[in-house]
Design a protein around this ligand. Structure first.
Ligand code: SF4
Length: 947
């Protein structure tokens, strides 16, 4: 098929809450490419590194080996799954639910869904749970990322209503980014921030974050507060605003209530006290407050740093207090703007698909609201008591209150905190139903019934992004295998239950996703998120923001412009709450504050981005980052293995020095679950995170855990880098995982070796593994000793080196002879047996001719026998431009920082595609030429002063 014959489908990116429009091209069989939709108002044609590689997650050879394509069941956990017909699987799900409800009541059923679901899916599951099964026990992984934002908005503004739009970034004069590494978590939005700054050089950017992230490094002012001290910071800012007369008294008097108690409360939050508690300079605190209050309009952008906290509701409310006190809300460029992590966390909030919500922002504790929903659904009443929220649901499963868990499109065996308890829950609950599109998530191994679902490329429906904008997500390809849409699975189980129970007949007979949405739309009539003026046809033409009532033609870009809020009095409410420290105490036993966050090119538990090897090039290893001084005090060197331990569990991983992390703190990326990182008794990064929850929002404190980090002496090591085809990648990873179960430490990460896909395996043990395990690993890695393998073995020292050398038909050596290149390596034995890893890996990456090196390749040692350029981590993952290449180029070019960046881009084109690497490129420009300035401030220990 020619390029001209390709079909284009306009859809939406399924990753973050920016909600970028995507145009997917397909040839009827596979998606051949994606690009940003130039007409979508969320991204105007831009995509980040994740979105720009979406098509690579759907390649036929990848899908065939990574997808869950047929339903399966088993009678007991000890026997293997058997593939069954879809009808039988759905019958079994209905049977197990009916049996559980009959024996233990509706509240013994827990349904755990996902912010990745479309609104139609969310609506179907919510109705099934609350109207038919008769329990409020439906919750979502969105509980882990934004329930504190919901609670904060409700406490202050009256409803869960994000008052701002992305266009406010263009109008703002101050951006107050708090608890958000926007450059990594919402990259396309960050491109908009960069554009706003270019258009308005006076725009001031303040970043509040314990880490010096790429976002913080580019700010005018960085406040590296100690973890969890946000409420104290905001109270201190309000104290200064009151002292300096920087509040908007007229706005407070006309549109708010509850200011006097708050005033009294912040009296003691003096600059000195706040600087002490938050660990920042007073001067920085004063300057941030001055900018926020006097240089506006001020737009706050905030995310998990505020939400993932045992005091997240109050952190959100305390920040909104600042907007109310200064009148910075309801006008262009101003307002508290919560950025949602997931693509449809907002849709889930709207349909009320959480344990404490009712549809369309109705309140569960309000009898009139309950009656409205019950009447709409045609039932006597909706359950009156709040259901179990995410952490509570798994705890109830662990303690026997919940007897059946139905897990949809999420991987709690990775993403929930305190994984030991989660695994105990999944092991002990009598029935686990898992509905997922992918075959690799760790949760699947606990399933009694597996239901294959459609993923992004096959789904059809709607999503709502962070700015309340509803977009169509359209199916590009037909469902593979037996996969069905999530809403359809819910409906088909509901129809079976309705027939069995003799109620709600016809309540789930939707013909398509549009019928589900039309029903949901009607339920919004008269509410603050009324979308009765929208239709699928309207959304086909352009995404729309809510509210958009019947008769209206456009949604509202901004809420509360008239100063009336959604409270009974119409006034916004100030919330006065005392500062509460983090749940985990830092003490002599657990002296480090661990925080978690995102990598630039990865998404959540890696079930999708993990299918694309090149997305690992930017951060190729699971590791814990620490300040170099803390490492030195512990005698740790770069790359050492350490045990990270908290009150809840432990994880082993490599340590790396980072100047982004303050002394006394540590950082781990949230993405590494037990599919990629293991060791006996460990379950990935959330082995150690805290399940302490906010008493209002019930969101766990994933952003902070007290840990200790100790060097681990695991004398036997193995590293292997092997190439394999995309079709082999997932099966190979699965086989390797099964062989690593008894290892003290292992990591297993897709990689790119030269131009091909590959795998990096690391393993460490107290003793050498038994030979059958090593033999089996060698077989799977295609590095078993054979006649074609270069091999060195020192039985006395236990050292072994295996190298695969291949004829490289693409290259030619001296005299036109074909070259031989290294394609795979295995090094094992004591730690120094791995000394040659870096240069051997460089030979693989660069495909440098090794014909003449012969036995020198097997000599070991840290130095290559001939020069070879190290490839290093890829900074620009679109074009594969590595850090060493960038540094070498920058060392040669001259001029202003902007001129040097331009020269770099002219030579290597890095940062010219998706732009996700631009902050890092700018940082490298400044590192190579430290005396220069690029709109980036210089750092001090406790804060960064304005340039
Ligand atoms: Fe997708 Fe990236 Fe846009 Fe987020 S910023 S929606 S991940 S393309």
């Amino acid at each position: 098929m020619t390029a001209a014959a390709l079909i284009e489908v306009r859809t939406t990116c399924p990753y973050c809450g920016v909600g970028c429009g995507v145009i997917a091209q397909h040839d009827g069989v596979q998606i051949t490419g994606v690009h940003g939709d130039p007409d979508h108002p969320a991204n105007f044609g831009r995509l980040c590194s994740k979105g720009a590689n979406l098509h690579l997650t759907t390649l036929p050879e990848v899908a065939q080996t990574s997808r869950l394509l047929a339903p399966a069941m088993r009678r007991a956990r000890t026997v293997p799954m058997q593939t069954v017909a879809s009808g039988d699987a759905l019958d079994a799900v209905a049977e197990r639910i009916a049996q559980t409800v009959a024996e233990h009541g509706p509240d013994s059923v827990g349904i755990y869904v996902s912010g990745q679901l479309l609104t139609e899916d969310y609506y179907a599951f919510n109705k099934l749970t609350k109207a038919l099964i008769g329990t409020q026990n439906i919750d979502t992984n969105s509980r882990l990322c934004m329930s504190s934002a919901v609670a904060g908005y409700k406490a202050t503004l009256g409803t869960d209503s994000v008052p701002c739009s992305y266009e406010d970034i263009d109008h703002a004069r101050v951006l107050f980014i708090s608890g958000s590494n926007t450059a990594f978590a919402h990259p396309v939005l960050y491109r908009r921030i960069e554009a706003a700054r270019a258009a308005n050089p006076d725009l001031k950017i303040i970043v509040v974050d314990p880490r010096r992230t790429d976002t913080a490094a580019e700010a005018d002012l960085h406040l590296p507060i100690l973890p969890g001290t946000d409420v104290m910071l905001y109270q201190g800012m309000l104290h200064i605003m009151l002292w300096e007369g920087w509040i908007d008294r007229a706005f407070i008097d006309a549109h708010t209530e509850g200011f006097e108690p708050l005033k009294a409360q912040v009296r003691n939050a003096t600059p000195a006290e706040v600087a002490r508690v938050c660990g920042i300079d007073q001067a920085v605190l004063l300057e941030a407050t001055r900018l926020f209050a006097t240089q506006g309009p001020t737009l706050s952008l905030y995310c998990q740093g505020l939400n993932q906290s045992a005091d997240g509701t109050h952190k959100n409310a305390a920040l909104i207090n600042l907007h109310l006190a200064t009148g910075q809300i309801g006008k262009p460029g101003a307002g508290p703007f919560s950025l949602t992590g997931q693509p449809n966390a907002m849709g889930g909030r709207e349909v009320g698909g959480l344990a404490n919500l009712l549809p369309a922002h109705r309140d569960l504790s309000n009898p009139a609201h309950r009656a409205e929903v019950a009447a709409f659904w045609g039932i006597d009443e909706v359950p009156t008591t709040r259901g179990k929220t995410a952490v509570e649901m798994f705890e109830a499963a662990r303690t026997g209150q919940i007897k059946l868990l139905w897990i949809v499109c999420t991987n709690p065996a990775h993403s929930l905190p305190n994984q030991a308890a989660v695994h105990e829950a999944l092991s002990s609950v009598p029935c686990v139903i898992v509905q997922d599109a992918f075959a690799s998530p760790a949760t699947l191994r606990y399933a009694d019934i597996l239901l294959p679902a459609t993923p992004w490329a096959e789904k059809d429906g709607t999503v709502t992004n962070s700015e309340r904008r509803i977009s169509r997500q359209r199916a590009v390809l037909p469902p593979m295998g037996e996969a069905r849409h999530d809403w359809l699975i819910a409906a088909q189980v509901a129809q079976r239950l309705a027939a069995r129970w003799g109620r709600l007949h016809g309540g789930f007979d939707w013909a398509d996703s549009e019928s589900v949405w039309n029903e949901w739309r009607e339920l919004t009539r008269g509410t603050d998120c009324d979308i009765t003026g929208m239709s699928y046809a309207m959304l086909e033409a352009a995404p729309q923001q809510w509210p958009l009532r019947e008769g209206e033609t456009a949604g509202a870009a901004r809420l509360f412009i008239d100063g009336r809020f959604n409270t009974p009095s119409g006034r916004a409410r100030f919330v006065a709450q005392a500062y509460k420290p983090v749940a985990d105490r830092i003490d002599a036993q657990y002296p480090l504050a661990l925080t978690t966050g995102r990598l630039r090119d990865q998404w959540h538990g890696l079930s999708r981005t993990g299918l694309v090897p090149k997305l690992f090039a930017h951060a190729p290893e699971p590791r814990i980052e620490m300040n170099a001084a803390d490492m030195g005090r512990r005698g740790l060197r770069e790359g050492d293995l350490v045990a990270v331990e908290s009150l809840r569990g432990r994880q082993v991983l490599m340590v790396a020095a980072s100047d982004a992390v303050r002394s006394g703190q540590a950082f781990m990326a949230m993405h590494w679950g037990e599919e990629y990182l293991g060791g006996v008794g460990t379950h990935g990064v959330n082995s150690v995170t805290s399940d302490a929850i906010d008493p209002v929002s019930r969101q766990p404190e994933l952003k902070h855990a007290a840990v200790r980090v100790t060097r681990l002496d695991l004398p036997w090591r193995l590293v292997a880098h092997v190439s394999c085809s995309l079709a082999e990648l997932q099966p190979c990873l699965a086989k390797l995982r099964s062989l690593l179960q008894d290892a003290d430490y292992w990591s297993l990460v897709p990689t790119t070796l030269g131009e091909s896909a590959g795998i990096t395996l690391r393993m460490a043990n107290t003793i050498r593994p038994v030979q059958p395990v090593l033999d089996a690993l060698g077989m799977v890695l295609d590095l078993a000793p054979d006649a074609r393998l270069l091999r060195y073995a020192d039985a006395q020292r236990g050292v072994e080196r295996r190298l695969r050398v291949v004829q490289d038909l693409a290259g030619t050596g001296a005299g036109g002879s074909s070259t031989r290149t290294l394609s795979a390596l295995w090094l094992s034995g004591p730690q120094d047996a791995l000394d040659a890893e870096q240069w051997l890996r460089s030979f693989i990456d660069t495909r440098q001719d090794v014909s003449r090196l012969g036995a020198a390749l097997l000599a070991g040692g840290a130095h290559a026998p001939v020069p070879v350029q190290a490839r290093g981590a890829a900074v620009c993952s679109c074009l594969g431009v590595s850090e060493p290449t960038i540094r070498a180029c920058l060392a040669e070019v001259a001029g202003t920082p902007h001129e040097r960046l331009a020269a770099l881009q002219a030579r290597h084109r890095c940062g010219t595609q998706c732009g996700s690497c631009l902050p890092e490129l700018k940082r490298l420009v400044l590192q190579v030429h430290p005396a220069s300035a690029m709109g980036v401030a210089s750092e001090s220990v406790a804060g960064t002063l304005v340039k």
